[in-house]
Ligand binder design. Structure first.
Ligand SMILES: CC(C)(COP(=O)(O)OP(=O)(O)OC[C@H]1O[C@@H](n2cnc3c(N)ncnc32)[C@H](O)[C@@H]1OP(=O)(O)O)[C@@H](O)C(=O)NCCC(=O)NCCS
Length: 208
């Protein structure tokens, strides 16, 4: 971290050493994860609160993933698998967790997607906790620099964020009438995060 409290985003990355939790293993993405990515991207339920349409062309989506992997676009992602066959025999990644610094390197975004058949088992919470812990060690960011944003209505994701200790702080209307909820432990981050999401959004106060 620099003296002014910012990070050099170019040198930041997740620790390549896999992280293990009670049931899960978090590791960097590999080429073999193209299929897991396709399973999530092509499922309209997974994509319901994601600002891009569900994928329809398997070859194209897999190729885009592999290209992104080569270009280093996934260096802030952990693929999540079962830790061992005792926990589950599915060897395809179950989902992913993201710990991505903002372009100025001052804040770190947490995010996650899981395959629909594994929802409601506490996996996003378990993986999210471990990813935050691991990224905190390598990126050295303090708690108040963590943030997330969620499209209004995404109750499962809101629940995960609360369990990870992030609170709903502010809403923003971005690109039309969809309301994004901004989460984090520190109000001071929002101007920065909103700018990160969109250049000049219209912000609205949190109800209640
Ligand atoms: C968001 C997501 C990752 C959650 O994964 P998960 O492994 O099911 O999450 P967890 O089991 O750890 O926790 C989900 C919580 O939401 C609750 N929940 C699930 N469905 C719900 C619903 N429809 N309404 C309200 N709460 C719901 C669960 O009960 C659980 O809370 P609890 O532990 O207090 O019971 C998963 O739903 C997903 O992949 N969604 C699609 C991608 C996405 O939207 N990602 C987030 C973008 S911001």
């Amino acid at each position: 971290m620099a003296l002014d409290g910012t990070y050099d985003r170019e040198v930041l990355a997740l620790d390549p050493t896999p992280v293990e939790t009670e049931r899960l293993r978090l590791r960097l993405f590999e080429e073999g994860d193209a299929h897991a990515m396709w399973l999530m991207l092509s499922n309209p339920n997974v994509m319901r609160f994601i600002p891009r349409p569900a994928g329809t062309d398997e070859a194209e989506e897999k190729q885009a993933f592999l290209k992104g992997l080569k270009e280093g676009r996934f260096k802030f992602f952990y693929a999540v698998t079962w830790k061992s066959s005792q926990h589950g025999t599915d060897e395809t990644a179950l989902g992913w967790v993201l710990m991505r610094p903002t372009p100025d390197g001052r804040f770190v975004e947490v995010g996650y997607w899981f395959r629909e058949e594994y929802w409601g088992m506490g996996l996003a919470t378990e993986a999210g906790r471990a990813a935050i812990e691991a990224a905190r060690k390598t990126m050295g960011f303090p708690d108040h620099d963590l943030f997330a944003y969620v499209l209004r209505g995404n109750e499962p994701s809101r629940n995960v964020l609360r369990k990870l200790g992030l609170e709903h702080r502010q809403d923003a209307v971005i690109d039309g009438d969809e309301v994004w909820e901004l989460y984090g432990p520190g109000a001071e981050i929002y101007e920065e995060t909103v700018r990160f999401i969109h250049k000049q959004p219209e912000t609205i106060p949190v109800e209640g």
